[in-house]
Write a protein that binds this ligand. Structure first.
Ligand SMILES: [Zn+2]
Ligand SMILES: [Zn+2]
Length: 303
């Protein structure tokens, strides 16, 4: 397995190492290294760029950062033994910090991980990589039964509500299994439990409790089980909590309409969505649209 790190991430990580006196002392890397200053003197832009690349790669390796990435992957032998290459690139925000698997028509799959540059100097990349590697392990493990057909995958991805529920269930059983290998994951239990309650409240407390036990403490549940749970047709429309999909546009929203506004829009919404009730709420964007429509289309229009 080749471990490759995008230059963008390497430079951003070293920039942070050089700025922090403790880290600089620990790694030997200095922001005011005369050797690096000398590289600016190289006149040819191509040669200068290449010299910087070699210089940064040397220090990234020297500071043990490449080893830090590789050792996280090596904890997942199925993954490390299957992929030909793991590429690390720079994430722009914590939401982008994910691992993805790419399979071509030929050859072994490749993995790409996005990380924020501050993770490596702080060594906070380990739990993130472990979580992502467990997902990728599941995808590669035939016992999990993750669908390989892109057409099936697209179908699974099509409904934001089912996709969100599937993510909640999979994350829960990923962290549950990791908590038995790495105690740091045990502290995620309350958070994962809350996510389950928020997304599957319609099942009622005793069922949710059983489900939590099954997924957190059980062995790998398998894609079919998770998908069946995620696509439960009951209460397709969840409660109006931050991050839940709006019952009208179905996009996850963090901004729900004010209750007073919902009452005013009730008739207009029900005309389009007869099964909708004000208790289900609607996102602020949909509320804007209905409010604008109400104004532009008064009940009596004289032409
Ligand atoms: Zn996850
Ligand atoms: Zn909406």
């Amino acid at each position: 397995m080749i471990v490759a790190v995008d230059q963008d991430l390497v430079e951003a990580v070293l920039f942070r190492l050089g700025r922090d006196p403790c880290l600089a002392a620990a790694t030997g890397y200095r922001e005011d290294d005369p050797e690096r200053e000398a590289l600016y003197q190289i006149a040819d832009p191509g040669a200068r760029n290449e010299a910087f690349g070699t210089y940064f790669a040397h220090w990234f390796h020297q500071a043990g950062l490449e080893g830090a990435l590789r050792s996280a992957l090596d904890e997942f032998p199925l993954l490390a033994g299957t992929i030909a290459r793991a590429t690390f690139c720079r994430a722009r925000s914590a939401r982008d910090e994910v691992g993805e698997l790419f399979r071509g028509a030929e050859g072994p799959p490749r993995a790409v991980f996005a990380l924020l540059p501050e993770r490596l100097p702080e060594r906070t990349h380990v739990p993130i990589l472990r979580h992502e590697c467990q997902h990728l392990h599941d995808i590669l493990d035939p016992a999990f039964g993750y669908p390989l057909d892109p057409a099936v995958l697209r179908q699974l991805e099509a409904d934001p509500l089912f996709r969100m529920r599937y993510r909640v269930l999979w994350d829960l059983c990923v962290d549950g299994r990791l908590s038995r290998r790495f105690p740091e994951f045990a502290k995620r239990l309350p958070f994962r439990n809350r996510e389950l309650e928020n997304s599957f409240g319609f099942l009622g407390s005793p069922v949710i409790e059983e489900l939590f036990k099954e997924l957190w403490y059980g062995e790998q549940p398998g894609h079919a089980r998770l998908w069946k749970l995620a696509t439960d047709p009951r209460h397709e429309r969840g409660p109006a909590l931050p991050g839940m999909p709006c019952p009208l546009c179905r996009f996850p929203t963090f901004s729900w309409a004010e209750p007073a506004r919902i009452d005013a829009l009730r008739d207009a919404v029900v005309r389009d969505f007869p099964a909708w009730t004000p208790a289900e709420s609607l996102c602020a964007r949909c509320a804007e649209i209905y409010a604008a429509r109400n104004m532009r289309l008064p009940p009596t229009i004289v032409v």
